[in-house]
Ligand binder design. Structure first.
Ligand code: NDP
Length: 246
């Protein structure tokens, strides 16, 4: 691909946290970025402004990833703004923790809808519409492996995301599109920090041999590797980015 062509990335759930860091990093690597969000329009618009002020290209696009029609419209918006889609980063997600016996139907249904069906919706669209030579990167979690108490439903959705990663990588044979997952460990975002007692945060901070929480930029660096030229030979893999926790 010639250097003067701008590649286009869709980053779901980019209004804050890891997705926001990924969008910023990809924009500085030269991608035009679709900054997807569900509800936080002001944050998404602010991020787009920051990217533009730094010389990058981005537009905010509202879409609830659990809604297949909304996802189609997001891909339409990307194509009409930039004419092509080269990279999907499936980052949007929620986490609701409870012992399995205490987990209600809403906890189950909401995580299945956003984490699993949401990823399915965007993967299906990407499989049809990504340009040959593109990349797909799904966000899993190191809880697939750690399997701590209270994470049953969340871990199940992420295990499903990993399963789709492996299968889709094979289905896209012949298109030169790689499909991988990044599986962060505890990362300092609202999703991880909100509602956790300080002592639990301290315990989880010390769990990795590197003895700190991941930062959103750590995960953005990993995604940038898989999205960039150095990641070209990695396909159908789950890359755990967690400071050695598992
Ligand atoms: P945050 O809660 O900080 O951010 C989540 C983002 O997802 C927000 O931008 C939110 O948008 C968006 N989002 C939520 N629901 C939807 C939806 N239905 N449609 C579109 N966007 C949606 O989470 P993190 O940054 O921490 O997490 C990002 C990803 O990383 C998730 O998939 C998570 O499971 C995974 N992960 C996180 C870890 C951590 O420790 N933080 C560890 C392992 C994995 P809005 O605000 O506009 O609703």
């Amino acid at each position: 691909m010639s250097a003067d062509i701008t590649k286009v990335a869709i980053v779901t759930g980019a209004s804050r946290g890891i997705g926001s860091a990924i969008a910023k990093r990809l924009a500085s690597d030269g991608f035009a970025v679709i900054v997807n969000y569900a509800g936080r329009s002001a944050e998404a618009e602010m991020l787009v402004k920051q990217i533009e002020e730094a010389g990058g290209k981005a537009i905010p696009v509202q879409a609830d990833v659990s809604d297949a029609r909304a996802v189609e419209r997001m891909f339409d918006a990307a194509e009409s703004a930039y004419g092509r889609i080269d990279l999907l980063v499936n980052n949007a997600g929620i986490m609701k923790l409870a012992a399995l016996a205490e987990s209600d139907d809403t906890l189950f249904d909401s995580q299945i809808a956003i984490n699993l069906k949401g990823s399915f919706n965007t993967l299906r669209e990407a499989a049809k519409r990504l340009r040959n030579g593109g990349r797909i990167i799904n966000l899993s979690s190191s809880v697939v492996g750690l399997y701590q108490p209270s994470y049953a439903v969340y871990a199940a959705t992420k295990a499903g995301v990993e399963a789709m990663t492996h299968v889709l990588a094979k289905e896209l044979r012949g298109r030169n599109i790689t499909v991988n997952a990044v599986a962060p460990g505890p990362t300092a975002t609202a999703l991880f920090l909100d509602g956790k007692p300080q002592q639990v945060i301290e315990h989880l901070t010390k769990l990795a041999p590197l003895e700190r929480l991941g930062q959103p930029e750590d995960i953005a660096n990993t995604v940038a590797f898989l999205a960039g030229p150095d990641g070209a030979w990695i396909n159908g893999q789950v890359l755990r980015a967690n400071g050695g926790i598992i």
